[in-house]
Write a protein that binds this ligand. Structure first.
Ligand code: ADP
Length: 481
């Protein structure tokens, strides 16, 4: 199949229902991380473009808010089916622009599910009532914020296109979405489908651009009342600060992780090895929920580690467009260099026992470090590559202490057949999600997803996301006699 030529790929900003170049004509280049050839020159939104997009969203808000949930839902159903029709095109575009193997492409199905669910869920927005004040019927109503912004990362862009846009719109808000400069193209293709779905102009706007420019302008914008961010801790801090220093917009943050997986001696070691390696294998380790710190009981460490390495080491590195490939390159040169630098620092403190730099394009081989000092950088910071540490432990208390000795708290897992131990340990692990005899990327759609500690604020899921996009108002009604 011949890939799309550059002029067929949408690269413009999507503002007020129309595609347009940036006001100052600035572009940036997206490069195929496998071939290292340019894929497209994408327009970068300037401050003026951000103002225009927010103004369009603000103008579109009252009419969108006043539609019934069923009428808003019709548009969401339409975009869900259009994404389904174009699923393969999305997978191929992501493969050539960010290196994600087509064999691992889940983004479209996540987006389809989100749009389909939230197409119906608008009806659940409900307030409360109270007769507790004499002579009054007092009620609460749930109301949209108005203009919501969302800033998303590059690992599953179209999934975020659905996860962020669908609940915000179902709640009656309008939105400005900023994809990552590393992977903006599938969101722009999604915007093309929004036009086909007939969305009223301004309800959704998509602005490509870098963080310190476009992202910063959105975070400090006075007319953005709520911002949902997924990305790194460092950027989350900047966004929180910008929000506080501008209009105190409500900010929801889904930040990084350093997820521990604990393997007790009675665990099904084969299943534990299969799942824990998949967790760091998928998307070349570029997920915040990857179980990058594995603690295995010393009595089964040898057996588990051999199983783990056998499966992880069997990853198929190659062309992301090839259906046999399971491990693509890192998303770009910056990310590749970053992972390499984590590996070389870690090599000074411990031994790499599998993998390392593939020395071929932006590929990192499935990489295992063993017995690393708990205080080492690789145990504390997010690497975002197919890199894992396997350390051993002796006692339950010891492993809980080690697992929790991190500022992150997004995801944790425990493998054991002892139900009492599973429950005890689940209670004590400091993480927004604890998985028992399973691990990431498992994220059931109705379970709240979000972080303890510095992994973020707020929760997302079918049952929790819409709440994040609603204000609560008290209406006090005095009853005349
Ligand atoms: P990642 O390592 O996943 O790319 P980042 O936090 O750097 O994590 O990026 C996530 C998103 O945040 C991207 O869309 C990026 O452009 C944006 N971003 C980066 N810096 C800023 C900033 N200072 N203000 C707002 N957004 C930013």
């Amino acid at each position: 199949m011949i890939e799309k030529s550059q002029d067929q790929i949408e690269t413009r900003l999507f503002i007020n229902g129309k595609f347009q170049p940036s006001s100052d004509g600035k572009t940036f280049t997206v490069t195929n991380p496998f071939t290292r050839e340019p894929v497209a020159n994408v327009f970068e939104a300037s401050d003026a473009d951000v103002d225009n997009a927010v103004a369009a969203a603000k103008a579109a808000f009252p009419a969108w808010r006043d539609l019934s949930p069923a009428d808003r839902g019709k548009y969401l159903h339409r975009i869900a089916s259009l994404i389904r029709e174009h699923e393969e095109e999305f997978a191929r575009l992501e493969a050539v622009s960010s290196g994600k193997p087509v064999s691992r492409y889940v983004d479209a199905s996540v987006a389809i599910d989100a749009f389909s669910y939230f197409a119906e869920a608008g009806w659940t927005v409900q307030g409360t009532s109270s007769w507790n004040t004499s002579g009054h019927l007092n009620i609460t109503s749930k109301e949209p914020y108005g203009v919501v912004a969302s800033i998303i990362p590059w690992n599953v862009p179209l999934a975020f296109f659905g996860i962020k846009i669908a609940p915000a719109l179902a709640a009656g808000n309008t939105i400005v979405l900023k994809p990552s400069e590393k992977a903006p193209l599938t969101c722009l293709l999604g915007a093309k489908l929004l036009v086909e779905a007939g969305f009223p102009p301004g309800v959704v706007n998509v602005l490509s651009g870098h963080g310190p420019t476009t992202g910063a302008a959105l975070s400090s914008h006075m007319d953005v009342r709520c911002l949902s961010f997924t990305g790194s801790l460092l950027t989350g801090r900047k966004i929180q600060t910008a929000a506080a220093q501008s209009n105190m917009k409500t900010v929801h943050l889904e930040l990084g992780g350093k997820a521990p997986a604990i393997i007790f001696p009675d665990a099904d070691l084969e299943a534990a090895a299969a799942q824990t390696q998949f967790s760091v294998h998928i998307f070349s380790g570029q997920t915040c929920i990857a179980n990058t710190r594995i603690y295995v009981h010393e009595s089964v460490a040898e057996k588990y580690t051999a199983l783990f390495k056998g499966m992880f080491g069997a990853a198929v590195l190659g062309d992301p467009l090839d259906k046999e490939t399971t491990l693509g390159p890192q998303v770009d040169k910056i990310q590749y260099e970053r992972v390499k630098s984590y590996i070389s620092t870690a090599e000074k403190e411990g031994a790499v026992t599998l993998g390392g730099d593939a020395k071929d394009g932006y590929f990192i081989k499935p990489t295992v470090f063993e017995n690393m000092p708990e205080k080492s950088q690789i145990m504390k910071e997010e690497v975002f590559g197919p890199v894992v540490v396997i350390n051993t432990f002796r006692t339950e208390d010891e492993v809980i202490r080690k697992a929790n000795d991190t500022e992150f708290g997004l995801y944790a897992s425990v493998f054991t057949k002892d139900i009492d131990r599973a429950v005890r340990v689940s209670k004590l692990l400091e993480a927004g999600t604890v998985a028992v005899n399973c691990t990431s990327p498992l994220m059931p759609k109705d379970m709240p997803f979000g972080g303890f500690k510095e992994s973020g604020t707020g929760r997302e899921s079918f049952l929790h996301s819409m709440e994040s996009y609603l204000e609560t108002k008290a209406v006090l009604i005095k009853i005349g006699s």
